[in-house]
Design a protein around this ligand. Sequence first.
Ligand code: GAR
Length: 199
Amino acid sequence: MPSRLAVLASGRGSNLQAIIDHFDNLARERIAKVVLVASNRADSPALIRAATASIDIAHFDTTDDGSMLLELLRKSRIDLVVLAGYLKRIPPKVIREYAGRIINIHPALLPAFGGEGMYGARVHEAVIASGTKETGVTVHLLDDEYDRGPIVAQWRVPVEPSDTADSLAARVLNVEHVVYPRVVEMVAILQQLEAMTSA
Ligand code: GAR
């Protein structure tokens, strides 16, 4: 049985699209499939992408203690929660119930250039301002802090002298689209192996 993925996204949803496409391409060999896309923003383009792919969508409120999100995840029998451009804090009660089963992608080499308020163009602006010659992509398991928790994968991306935040963001995003679906697949495989050996 494929693992059941929920993707949480606040914005454009290009990583969501890469994940949907990846598992669609694997067809019957797929180890996981996206069964729910949920957003804190009712107008998120990610929800339109999901609806187009005939995936269940949901909008949830982030002003509660996480009960609404938890209920959605339970109802859809979610095995793994994938954050793809989800920019709000995940409440502790959700992290507790899904410990080790929430993964996040960040467009820099954590722990550098991460933390509260570090998302989107701000990350790439800070990278350029620092003068560093390389940045990258980090995928990690979620802790109770922004952009923290055990790192599962990192991939380096060069910073060119002529880069703007936009050109750097585009180079990093291309790498995200390759790395994230494959890391999600790997984490789903590990989860299934663990379930088999502990059964
Ligand atoms: C991606 O670059 C992702 O790494 C970043 O938001 C973007 C979402 O793009 N996430 C963070 O900055 C988390 N701190 P997308 O909506 O097109 O996938």
